[in-house]
Design a protein around this ligand. Structure first.
Ligand code: ADP
Ligand code: ZN
Length: 437
C-alpha cells in the first residue's frame, strides 16, 4: 500500500502485532473488571464459574470467562446490562429485531467516539476521504446502521447526505444531483436503487458513485458482481451488530479478501457452536466477540450466531489486524427442510452462478400432504423474460441443478417477471415460512 493512502488510514490498523496484543490485554483486563464490578449479570456468571477479573492474566485466559447471548439482553431488557449510570449514557439504539423482540444497547460519549473511529478507519480503508460526498441509505433511528455510518463519515470529514431509507427515486436524484461518490446501504437495497435508476432512464454507471459500503445482511459473491457491474463501483463488505457497537466491527480493505476486524476494540474468537470449544484460526465456526473499550454496555464473549472463520495470514494491504471471512450465514436464518439444514445464503450463491437471473429471490416454505415443501421464486432479468418457453425451461433446469449441487435437495423453481418480488429498504426478507407448525 502506498504511504499516502496508509497515512490517511489509522496507524492502529498497522501496528506491530506484539503492541496490538499488549493493548488488547490491557483493555480486556480493564473491561472485565468494569463489567464484574458494575453488572450483576456478569458478576453472577463469573462467580458461578469461580473466575475473578484478576484471573485474566493473558489473552487466552479469556477462555475462562462465561459466554453471553442475545437471550441475556432480552432477559435484562431494557437496561439490565448497563455498566454506567444513566447520566453517562448519551445514546440508545435497538437491534432491528430481525429475530424477535428488539434488544437495547447504550453508549457513553466515549463509546460513540470509538464507534466513529472504527467506522472512519473502515471508510478510509475503502478509499473514501474528506473530499468525498457520501450518501447514507441505511435507516436512521433506533437501527444502528444510519447513525453509525453517519458519525463515521463525519469523523472522516466527508460530506454526508443523510438520506435514510425509502423514497428510492429521490435517492437516485440526490446521487445524481449532488455528485455522490460513496454510498452506504444494504446490498439488496442498492440493487433496488440500480433498478429504479434504470427505470427512470438513469444509468448508475454514469454517475460519479465509485464506492459502496454494503452490510447488515449476508450477501454472496454473485451479488457483488451484480452490484459492481450494475453501478460501476467497488463494493466493500462491512459487518457489525448492535450488541457489539453497530456497523464497523469489521470491513474489507481494497484486497477484498475478508473483513479486517478492528480488534484493538473488538476481540474475536471462533467457537464450535455445539460444544463452545474455541477453534484455531482458519476453522469455521461461530464468531464470538468481546468489546474491549465500550463502557456503557460491555459485552464479554458475546455469541453472535454468525458463522465465519478467522484469517490469520497477513493481508497484502499490510494491516496487522486479523480478518474474518465473509459471514457465510447467520445461524438464526437456518431452516430445516426434509431433515436438511439450509441457509438462504447457500441458495443465493448457487442461484447467482446461473446467468440470466437477478439477485431478487424469495424462498417459500409450505406444507403439502404433511410434507415440507420448498419453492424458490426467482426474478428473471428483463432480457431473459422475453425469451421463448423452451429457453425458460432450460434456465429453470439450470437453477434446479445449481441449487441441488449445493444443498443436496431438488427444489421447485418458479420464474417470475422482473419487479414482482417485494423489495426491502433495509434487510431483505428471503424466506417466507408458511409451513403448518
Ligand atoms: P438483528 O438483525 O439481529 O435484529 P442488527 O441490526 O444488529 O440486529 O444486525 C446484526 C446482524 O446482521 C449480524 O449479527 C449479522 O447476522 C448480520 N450482518 C451484519 N453485517 C453483515 C454482513 N456484512 N454480512 C452478513 N451478515 C451481516
Ligand atoms: Zn487488508
Amino acid at each position: 500500500m502506498d504511504s499516502a493512502v496508509k497515512n490517511q488510514c489509522c496507524a492502529a490498523d498497522f501496528m506491530p502485532v506484539e503492541t496490538l496484543r499488549d493493548i488488547q490485554l490491557t483493555r480486556l483486563q480493564k473491561i472485565v473488571r468494569h463489567a464484574y464490578d458494575n453488572v450483576e449479570f456478569f458478576r453472577k456468571r463469573m462467580d458461578d464459574m469461580q473466575v475473578k477479573p484478576d484471573d485474566v492474566k493473558t489473552l487466552t485466559d479469556i477462555q475462562k470467562l462465561p459466554f453471553s447471548k442475545k437471550v441475556d439482553l432480552r432477559d435484562t431488557y431494557p437496561f439490565g446490562l448497563c455498566a454506567v449510570p444513566m447520566s453517562e449514557v448519551v445514546r440508545l439504539h435497538a437491534s432491528s429485531g430481525t429475530t424477535g423482540k428488539p434488544i437495547v444497547v447504550a453508549y457513553t460519549k466515549e463509546d460513540l467516539d470509538v464507534w466513529a473511529e472504527v467506522m472512519k478507519r473502515g471508510l478510509a480503508g475503502a478509499g473514501l476521504s474528506k473530499n468525498d460526498i457520501i450518501q447514507i441509505a441505511y435507516g436512521y433511528g433506533l437501527f444502528t446502521g444510519g447513525l453509525g455510518a453517519h458519525c463515521g463519515c463525519e469523523a472522516l470529514g466527508a460530506t454526508v447526505v443523510p438520506a435514510s431509507v425509502g423514497n428510492t427515486q429521490r435517492q437516485v436524484m440526490l446521487m445524481r444531483d449532488f455528485g455522490v461518490n460513496g454510498i452506504c446501504c444494504t446490498p439488496s437495497y442498492f440493487l433496488h436503487l440500480i433498478e429504479q435508476a434504470a427505470l427512470s432512464g438513469i444509468d448508475m454507471r454514469e454517475l460519479p458513485v465509485r464506492v459502496g459500503i454494503f452490510g447488515a445482511e449476508p450477501w454472496s459473491q454473485g451479488m457483488r458482481e451484480q452490484l459492481e457491474k450494475g453501478a460501476g463501483i467497488e463494493a466493500f463488505d462491512i459487518y457489525g451488530l448492535s450488541e457489539i457497537i453497530g456497523p464497523g466491527v469489521a470491513i474489507e480493505c481494497t484486497e477484498h479478501s475478508g473483513m479486517h476486524v478492528f480488534e484493538d476494540h473488538f476481540y474475536p474468537e471462533i467457537i464450535d457452536p455445539d460444544t463452545g470449544e474455541v477453534l484455531p484460526d482458519g476453522e469455521m465456526g461461530e464468531l464470538v466477540l468481546t468489546t474491549l473499550s465500550k463502557y456503557a454496555m460491555p459485552m464479554i464473549r458475546y455469541r453472535t450466531r454468525d458463522l465465519t472463520r478467522i484469517i490469520a495470514e497477513p493481508c497484502k494491504c499490510g494491516r496487522t489486524i486479523r480478518r474474518i471471512d465473509r459471514i457465510s450465514a447467520r445461524s438464526d436464518d437456518m431452516f430445516i427442510i426434509r431433515g436438511v439444514n439450509v441457509f438462504p445464503s447457500q441458495i443465493e450463491s448457487a442461484l447467482l452462478t446461473v446467468p440470466g437471473v437477478s439477485a431478487n429471490y424469495l424462498i417459500i416454505l409450505t406444507t403439502e400432504n404433511g410434507m415440507d415443501n420448498i419453492e424458490l421464486n426467482v426474478e428473471m432479468s428483463p432480457e431473459v423474460f422475453s425469451d421463448q418457453v423452451k429457453e425458460l425451461e432450460n434456465l429453470q433446469r439450470k437453477i434446479v441443478r445449481a441449487v441441488e449441487s449445493v444443498i443436496g435437495l431438488r427444489i421447485r423453481i418458479k420464474l417470475v417477471a422482473p419487479q414482482t418480488i417485494a423489495r426491502s429498504e433495509g434487510k431483505a426478507k428471503r424466506v417466507l415460512d408458511q409451513r403448518q407448525k
